[in-house]
Design a protein around this ligand. Structure first.
Ligand code: 0GY
Length: 306
């Protein structure tokens, strides 16, 4: 067995006893953004990784899925596994049709390997521009990957900081596949929701085949998880941003837990509370059905009716 690495100092482990959400998720809800970490005894972490997490394997993910009342998962390759997709693919296969995957691949990937990933349930690649997570994001290499995955009908998941969108928007617009933006493009929630930065993001979403993950209030919040008395209403500073996206683009939004929540330094969220957060951003049954069921089913399971 390979040598096991210790966790990054200060690493926060995922919540072991999430509460039962008050919101009963609609049947068929998809958690469209989550990861698996290892377990390290089975799946080693990548040498180029920027952090070493705790284990968060498929069995624990599926237990959370069942606890929250989620039906399906979209498992996004975590940067700690680099371009070795084996832990993610193993989890997707083990879910028996109840999971899809998003891979990280290198530009020299061959057609046969892409076809194998597709057969396993992978439906997209992730391009990461967050500098604390990856060494570089060379555009020519990403264009090559985009050209290779487009014929499979896959999409491209984009992770970037909001301040970088103006510089990246033309590049994103030139990519030959649908785009899915992580965590609402990571807005600075201390700025007004109607201000130039978030309005620029909404214009970007408006003009192309773009989907938005209304995810990670725990990552975007400045005020923190303090819930309003008895209402299980936390991360209130992020609510206007999520609500705005859901109202403007009800058919382009996706939701996910981001379990096991990499790189949080301040607090670890109660995943049950994250489910209840959904009530505040998608305020009608119809909005919630689109966000949680209809939209992700159209993107990830287009052959099944939702
Ligand atoms: C997220 C966010 C982060 C990390 C990763 O793959 C990853 O390592 O996605 C982050 O640190 O902001 O979506 O899980």
């Amino acid at each position: 067995m390979h040598t096991l690495s210790p966790k990054t100092p200060g690493w926060l482990d995922w919540c072991q006893d999430p509460s039962v959400p008050e919101l009963r998720l609609p049947a068929g809800t998809v958690d469209a953004h989550c990861h698996v970490f290892g377990p390290q005894t089975e799946f080693s972490f990548a040498p180029e990784r920027k952090y070493t997490p705790c284990d968060g394997g498929k069995d624990q993910l599926f237990a959370l899925r069942d606890h929250l009342g989620v039906a399906r998962n979209v498992i996004v390759q975590a940067t700690c596994h680099g371009a070795d997709n084996s832990a993610m693919v193993d989890a997707v296969r083990a879910a028996g049709g109840r999971a899809r995957g998003i891979a990280t691949v290198r530009p020299d990937i061959g057609e046969a390997e892409l076809r194998d990933l597709d057969a396993a349930g992978v439906r997209g690649v992730r391009f990461n521009f967050v500098r604390r997570l990856v060494d570089a994001s060379p555009k020519e290499a990403l264009r090559t990957i985009a050209r290779k995955i487009a014929p499979l009908g896959w999409h491209i998941v984009l992770y970037f900081e909001s301040a970088d969108l103006p510089e990246l928007a033309d590049f994103f617009g030139s990519l030959p596949a649908p785009l899915v933006v992580d965590h609402m493009g990571r807005p600075d929630v201390t700025k007004p929701v109607g201000g130039p930065e978030f309005s620029g993001f909404l214009r970007f979403v408006d003009r192309q085949d773009v989907w938005v993950k209304v995810t990670c209030p725990e990552r975007l919040t400045v005020t923190g998880p303090a819930a309003l008395d008895g209402e299980r209403h936390a991360y209130t500073d992020v609510v206007p941003f999520g609500r705005r996206v859901v109202e403007e683009f009800p058919d382009q939004v996706l939701w996910g837990t981001d379990w096991p929540h990499p790189n949080l330094t301040d607090h670890m969220p109660d995943d049950g509370l994250l489910v209840d957060h959904v009530r505040h951003v998608a305020v009608t049954d119809d909005q919630r059905h689109r966000l949680l069921v209809a939209n992700p089913m159209r993107l990830y399971w287009p052959d099944e009716n939702a």
